[in-house]
Write a new protein. Structure first.
Length: 232
């Protein structure tokens, strides 16, 4: 994935564990290891017609894709803003728009294939900021993340992900009945889960007290476990 230099560095450092792509773009597959890259000016590659240096693509690290979900920016939480490297939820919404339809990508730095060492020397077009060759690394430089730290990052990322889902489920459970139906219907469309039988029953009977089993069935199909009985 091609990110800004700032975001690429944050991913490498473990400070950004979630990223958003416009829904029009194709997201990476879950479970894959993919490169995180950014572009920077490189005079050695020549200049554009406007007189600016051409850009080279630099790989900062690789990440493992933990999960990919379709989402709307209006559903973002403060936890999303923190995990994506924003100062606040308002900053996230300002960048993606209040009605932005995106892919939300959870990831963690992949250190399983090759070491990532700080380069002793940066050579445009040949050697970037990091190297997997110890002879080209700074003297005494160790791998950026060892196996124990990687395990810790993985556990922390999964814990934050669980807290985020639980927070969203609690918020949903406090909504009025019809709002819950709308939110669960939208989630079912995103995940392509069939809840047509439940919706037909809810429309036919109308009374929230009578329709609570159908709402619970929708929750179960979508893995939304928290239940709070609410009035219409």
């Amino acid at each position: 994935m091609l990110l800004s230099p700032r975001d690429a560095r944050r991913v490498w450092a473990g400070r950004k564990v979630q990223h958003r792509l416009p829904r029009a773009r194709t997201p990476p597959d879950e479970g894959r290891s993919v490169p995180i890259s950014y572009r920077r000016p490189c005079p050695a590659l020549g200049y554009t017609r406007e007189g600016t240096p051409k850009l080279e693509t630099v790989m900062a690290c690789r990440v493992i894709i933990l999960r990919v979900e379709a989402a709307d920016t209006r559903d973002a939480l403060d936890a999303d803003a923190r995990d994506e490297g924003y100062h606040s939820l308002a900053d996230l919404i300002a960048e993606h728009g209040p009605d932005g339809r995106v892919w939300v990508i959870r990831m963690i730095v992949d250190e399983s294939e090759t070491p990532r060492l700080l380069s002793r020397e940066v050579v445009a077009g040949r050697q970037g900021d990091y190297t997997d060759n110890p002879h080209r690394a700074l003297l005494g430089e160790m791998e950026a993340v060892d196996a124990a730290t990687l395990d810790l990052f993985t556990a922390q990322a999964r814990e934050r992900d669980l807290e985020r889902r639980q927070e969203r489920h609690r918020e949903l459970g406090l909504m009025p009945f019809q709002d819950q139906v709308r939110e669960l219907t939208s989630l079912a469309k995103q995940r392509r889960v069939d809840v047509r039988d439940e919706l037909r029953a809810i429309r036919r009977w109308g009374d929230p007290r009578v329709c609570q089993p159908q709402l619970d069935s929708m929750r179960a199909k979508l893995g939304v476990s928290t239940r709070v009985d609410c009035a219409a």
